[in-house]
Design a protein around this ligand. Sequence first.
Ligand code: MEV
Length: 316
Amino acid sequence: MTVTTASAPGKIILFGEHAVVYGHPALAVPVHEVQATCRIEPLPAGAGVVIAAPDINFAAPLSAAPEDNPLAAAVRHTLAACPPTLPINARITVTADIPVARGLGSGAAIATAVVKALGQYVGRALPPQQIADIVFAVEKIHHGTPSGIDNTVIAFGQPVFFQKGRPLQRLAVGRPLTLVIGDTGIKSQTRKVVGNLRRRRDADKPRYDGWFQLMGRLAPAARQAIEAGQVARIADYMAQNHALLQQIGVSSDELDRLVRAALEAGALGAKLSGAGRGGNMIALVEDNRAFEVTQALQRAGAAQTIVTTVGSSAKK
Ligand code: MEV
């Protein structure tokens, strides 16, 4: 066995977050500027498997890690899917520069890096769909009822048009899109935000399902605009999507402030991205406005900003 490493990107949702949980389509893209990495190195015979996450000062033998530890679950699910011929003795170390609980898919990216690296380590390079399925099982431990979009876009590492229960469709990007991601610095707990929204929706189904339907219609329209490279149309759909996300109660003052600041600084369109109530917003900009919009977001209180380019072959 030789040392093996694998990485996975972060992600952002372009259109359709939350509505995707209720079966509507959504668009997501990988963010290759931030990454989770897994390194696996052999240990002497009898050492067993040790998992380590030095970023959070965690290290434990796999045998002692609790069932609901996502790192251990990723390892156990992968070993069950591709059992090694001999017992493994290895140290599995994960590191990531993806901000945690900000809607950038840090948990799914870490699990993806582990599944990918471990598959390779035991001699089975797993296909993206199988990686996505294993990561979905891990995501369910802490996210309750995930739609499956995060694990899918991260495992495939490509822009996707995603709908629950339907075969994955790739999202072609007609003209590269420059996005500035602005982090409110506030944790966005997907499980909590999705759970609270479900309670509000169950109390008033017609209204909420109507809003989800409108979001669901925006995703295919936005897909067409993205494929055709029509940025003004994309920007308009972002405004509509953000307004709907405000209606369903998942925006926040901080997110709205960053969205306004980006638009005032010349962004074409802006919206929150991910679960909301914190986490990140995204702004679509002309290349030559990325700097001004970044500065405006920082002045408006963004804890962190990332500039990313979305394109079919934007992989870095
Ligand atoms: C989280 O990235 C996106 C949500 O739609 C939740 C999900 O799809 O599981 C809010």
